[in-house]
Design a binder for this molecule. Sequence first.
Ligand code: HEM
Length: 408
Amino acid sequence: MSTSEVRPIPLGMALTPMNPAYQADPYTLLDAVREGGRVHYDEFFHRYVVSRFDDVEAILHDRSLAVDPRKAAPDTFNAIFRNRAREDREPSMLFLDPPDHTRLRALVQKAFTPRAVERMAPRIAEIAGELLDAVDGQESFDLMAVFAAPLPTIVIAEMLGIDPADRADFKRWSDTGVAAGFDPFASEETKRAAEASGAELEAYLRRAIAERRAAPGDDLITGMIQAEEAGDFLNDDEILSMISLLLAAGNVTTTDLIGNGVLLLLQHPEQYRLLLDHPERIANAVEEMLRVAAPVTFSGRITVEDREIAGCPMHAGQSITVSLAGAAYDPAANADPHRFDVTRAEPKHLAFGGGRRYCLGAPLARLEAVIGIERLVARFPNLQLAEQDLVYKRVPGFRGLERLIVEA
Ligand code: HEM
């Protein structure tokens, strides 16, 4: 590029799935944002955008920043796109600050430690095996529909202790019920369907909570009922909100990690072969997938006092959007960042956020992707991409495929 050429910095709608260029390749646009400066003010969405790795990491770890949208100035991004949860419902911890966040997180944390989650490994392998059995013999199938989407939903349903007979209803309610939650562009029809499903899911879960109170089981709902932190327990509304959060934050994201990860392997057949020959590399491969094709592309924080962030003075109540996808392509963090290499030594990414809000479900998501993708590759050694025209979902802040048609 000659020095006289100035690349425009894409902001506003240009950094959303409404922009076809962003849908096709967000990373090149995010390169321009990152190279253009440490901080940009996005006048369309009223937010500061930060995308250099070190700055994003520092902001995620900064304990003096908030997330509760009620602390954002009224006309700024976090206040405009505040959680669409119903006003009568307890806000989930995703949108709460300490001390509420600390209390709620401590009460569920134990169920999600790597050790606790590791106990699920044999079941995850069985479920993955059953889903793959179901497409055995088929020449082509949609990997999202038959594998990437059902796997995390079935796993969390089992962890919660949902009766297998109710699994299909549970999946339908949770898929539709959370679809509109994070999408400011959701149509009225989607929103109505989400509300109806959400209400059915809520009624079902309230019954399940009451049943476990009467007859405790060995499942996550019982765990939440019994969880105690300094004499404090979760009430029914909080348990309900927590379960909704686990479904909203965990299912689609894990589905997208599997979908985006498999797509990368199909686009790089030599890497597919490498994993086939060296299945022990799968954990590293999943980290590289999280780096190259993060399912959650943005996170956010709010300033609560006048101060400087990433070298830029800001007033209290301002929204900061950190680009998780952009940070992972920062050449200062990862050499040759656009190259997908499952053997990359220590891929650096912030796909699970950071600090005290670091993704609660990260150990579970990693385990499902590791086991799921390893099984898939072993079972289908010659899997190929059958449809080159890729369609991504249009939810801002997330990146995942609508479908992934493959040939066995
Ligand atoms: C690949 C899959 C996943 C990705 C990419 C992902 C990503 C993230 C990100 C970026 C955050 C925000 C962190 C921050 O702002 O610092 C987050 C928070 C969270 N995630 Fe995940 N997540 C995934 C899977 C899951 C799963 C499976 C669950 C649970 C079953 C889950 C539950 C949560 C919860 C509860 C929070 C809020 C934590 C808090 O506020 O303290 N996530 N996740």
